[in-house]
Design a binder for this molecule. Structure first.
Ligand SMILES: Cc1cc2nc3c(=O)[nH]c(=O)nc-3n(C[C@H](O)[C@H](O)[C@H](O)COP(=O)(O)O)c2cc1C
Length: 329
C-alpha cells in the first residue's frame, strides 16, 4: 500500500509534536505532517526546537516553507539527519506573511523556481553513501491562484515540478485567493473542485496524487480513493480525533486498530504529559489542548473538556486534572 494513502494535514499551531503523539495513539499507520517550518527559522533558529520529535510519531513528514533552493536543500539535509520520512514543500499557504516571504501559494506562479527548489531538495535528500535511505520530496499546493481557473495552470505546474524529481503531489482542491481573504477564509470560500485533482491523476498516472480539502467522512475518503492515491484530512481529524480510531483497519488493511477505547488514550496522554514535564519542563496544557475533542459526542464530554481547558488548574499536576476530569461511568 502506498504510504500516502491517508494522512493528517500540516496545520500551523495545531500539528505540533504533542498533537502528533496523540494522533499516533489513535492511528499507527496514517502519515503525519509537521506544522510548516520556514527555512529561515530552521537555518537561523533553534533547530532542535523545530525538529525534535518522538520516534513514535513516525511515519512523519517535515513541511518546509521557503523559496531559496540552497536554503531548502540545507533544510532537507536536516530533515534526513533528524529522522524524518519525507520532506514537503508548501506551495499552498496564502497568508500575507508568507506572501511577503515570496513562498507558499504564490510559488504556484513560478513553477520553474519550484522545480529548482525540488531539484536541490532531492539532491540533498539523497544520501551519498549507499545503505542510507533517500527521503521523498513532495509538494503540497492548490489547484490555482486568484481567478486562474483553467486546468492548464495546475497541469503545467505539476508537469514542470515532476520533471525536477517530485513524484508526490498533495493537492488542496481549491484556489488560493491571494488578495482580500484571510487564510481561514481561503480554506472555506474558494469552491472545492475535486474533479481537477482526478484529472491530474488521469494525466499523470505515474505520479502519486493525494487530495486534500473539506473531507469529513470515511465515505468521502473511499470515493476519493477509488480515483486517487491518497486523502489528506485536516480540520475534521483535529476536531474529532476519535474518527481516526478505525482507520488502520479500514484504510490500511490492519487486523486491528491501536486504540479500542478513549479512556486508554487519555491515560496514555497523561503519562506522556508527565514524561514531557520531566524531560523538558513542558506544562500539561500545551499537550492537553490537542485532545479536547477526544470525547466529542459522548455523555459528559462538555464538562470533561472544561476541566482539561481550565486555566486555573494549570499549576496542578496532570494526574490531578485527569482525576477531576473523570466522567461518570
Ligand atoms: C489551523 C490551520 C493551520 C494550517 N497550517 C498549514 C500549514 O502550516 N501548512 C499547510 O500546508 N497547510 C496548512 N493548513 C491547511 C491544511 O493543511 C489543509 O490544507 C486545509 O485545512 C484543508 O484541509 P481540511 O479541509 O481537511 O482541513 C492549515 C489549516 C489550519 C486549519
Amino acid at each position: 500500500m502506498n504510504p500516502w494513502r491517508v494522512s493528517v494535514a500540516p496545520m500551523l499551531d495545531w500539528t505540533d509534536r504533542h498533537c502528533r503523539y496523540f494522533h499516533r495513539l489513535i492511528t499507527r499507520r496514517t502519515r503525519l505532517y509537521t506544522e510548516m517550518v520556514t527555512t529561515g527559522a530552521l537555518l537561523h533558529g533553534d533547530v532542535a526546537r523545530h525538529l525534535d520529535h518522538s520516534v513514535q510519531e513516525q511515519p512523519l513528514a517535515l513541511q518546509l516553507g521557503g523559496s531559496e533552493p540552497g536554503d531548502l536543500a540545507q533544510s532537507a539535509r536536516l530533515a534526513r539527519q533528524w529522522g524524518y520520512d519525507e520532506v514537503n514543500l508548501n506551495c499552498g499557504c496564502p497568508s500575507e506573511r508568507v506572501q511577503r516571504g515570496a513562498f507558499g501559494a504564490c510559488l504556484m506562479r513560478e513553477p520553474r523556481l519550484v522545480a529548482d527548489c525540488v531539484r536541490a531538495m532531492v539532491e540533498a535528500a539523497t544520501p551519498s553513501r549507499s545503505g542510507e535511505r533517500a527521503l521523498p520530496v513532495t509538494v503540497k499546493h492548490r489547484i490555482g491562484i486568484d481567478q486562474e481557473e483553467g486546468y492548464g495552470f495546475v497541469r503545467d505546474f505539476v508537469g514542470t515540478v515532476a520533471e525536477a524529481g517530485c513524484r508526490v503531489f498533495i493537492v488542496h482542491a481549491r484556489n488560493a485567493w491571494l488578495k482580500g481573504l484571510s487564510p481561514k477564509e481561503n480554506r472555506e470560500i474558494p469552491p472545492l473542485r475535486p474533479e481537477i485533482v482526478y484529472r491530474l491523476k488521469r494525466d499523470f498516472p505515474g505520479l502519486t496524487v493525494v487530495i486534500n480539502g473539506g473531507v469529513r467522512t470515511a465515505q468521502e475518503m473511499h470515493v476519493h480513493l477509488a480515483q486517487l492515491d491518497g486523502v489528506m484530512v485536516g480540520r475534521e481529524a483535529y476536531h474529532n480525533p476519535w474518527w481516526m480510531a478505525d482507520w488502520d483497519q479500514r484504510f490500511w488493511g490492519e487486523t486491528e486498530n491501536p486504540a479500542t477505547d478513549r479512556a486508554a488514550v487519555e491515560r496514555a496522554m497523561v503519562a506522556y504529559m508527565s514524561e514531557r514535564r520531566a524531560q523538558a519542563g513542558t506544562a500539561w496544557p500545551h499537550v492537553a489542548r490537542h485532545m479536547l475533542g477526544l470525547w466529542n459526542g459522548q455523555p459528559g464530554a462538555r464538562r470533561w473538556r472544561q476541566v482539561w481547558s481550565d486555566a486555573s488548574r494549570k499549576g496542578d499536576p496532570a494526574e490531578q486534572v485527569w482525576q477531576a476530569a473523570q466522567r461518570p461511568a
